[in-house]
Design a protein around this ligand. Structure first.
Ligand SMILES: [Fe+2]
Ligand SMILES: [Fe+2]
Length: 244
């Protein structure tokens, strides 16, 4: 941060620290995931994308350092390696399809979603250091999202993207926390979280839905993926967040 963090209440400070500590862990996991994907891409038809995955891994390590810095500014020190992230592709897929699945989940869904979140946070970030970090991360995550869309386009040219359609519910379920569509503790809806670079829970959920409907589903459909099952999953999940 450029100076002292804004004077906020303890719950906001604690939630901000925990959110940036969580992002630190997610960034380190992403580093490992992209390095693993780069290795796999090198042995597949989409080998030309391997250097992008390799560079993304380096970006994520730098992002983790930025997130650790912000977590510390809010009062939580993070350190140490994290466990490698689990494989996300369902068992039984051919290596080419499993890699495509993981790239779609990590990049087309998660990274595209991150771009939306980071971009939405920028207008509220008054602290110059926070703004700089949000901007740096957003610029890189755009590239990481593009890697996934490029991999999907490559698979589409091979005529091998249709398998993803029925798998979208599991992929999307794996992309959100268990409580994502449930009402949150009022402290997690505090609009002052925005000044710490953290989206209140309901706003984050709204943005996720908008990004799926406005960007991710259309992008998948353009690459030959039937999104009917994914859209049905979203409708059912979103209905859980509506009272009554
Ligand atoms: Fe990142
Ligand atoms: Fe990323």
């Amino acid at each position: 941060m450029s100076g002292r963090p804004p004077p906020v209440s303890d719950p906001v400070r604690a939630l901000a620290a925990s959110a940036w500590a969580f992002r630190w862990k997610v960034e380190l996991e992403a580093e490992v995931r992209f390095a693993r994907l780069a290795d796999r891409l090198e042995s597949l038809a989409a080998a030309s994308l391997a250097p992008l995955a390799r560079r993304a891994a380096l970006d994520e390590r730098r992002h983790a350092e930025r997130c650790a810095e912000l977590a510390a500014a809010w009062g939580t020190a993070v350190s140490g390696p994290v466990a490698p992230p689990p494989e996300v592709a369902p068992a039984g897929l051919e290596p080419e399809d499993a890699t495509c699945y993981e790239l779609v989940a990590a990049c087309c869904v998660a990274e595209t979603g991150s771009v939306a979140v980071l971009t939405s946070l920028l207008p509220s970030a008054r602290d110059s250091r926070l703004r700089a970090v949000l901007h740096e991360l957003a610029v890189d995550e755009v590239d990481h999202a593009r890697l996934g869309w490029a991999a999907l386009a490559t698979a589409h040219r091979r005529g091998s993207t249709a398998f993803l359609g029925p798998l979208l519910p599991a992929m999307l379920e794996g992309s959100v926390d268990d409580d994502f569509f449930l009402p949150a503790d009022p402290a997690r809806e505090d609009p002052r979280l925005l000044e710490a670079g953290v989206q209140p829970h309901a706003a984050r959920r709204r943005l996720f839905v908008e990004t799926l409907e406005g960007v991710i589903f259309p992008g998948l459909e353009g690459a030959g993926v039937d999104t009917e099952a994914g859209r049905a999953w979203l409708a059912a999940a979103a209905s859980r967040s509506r009272p009554g």
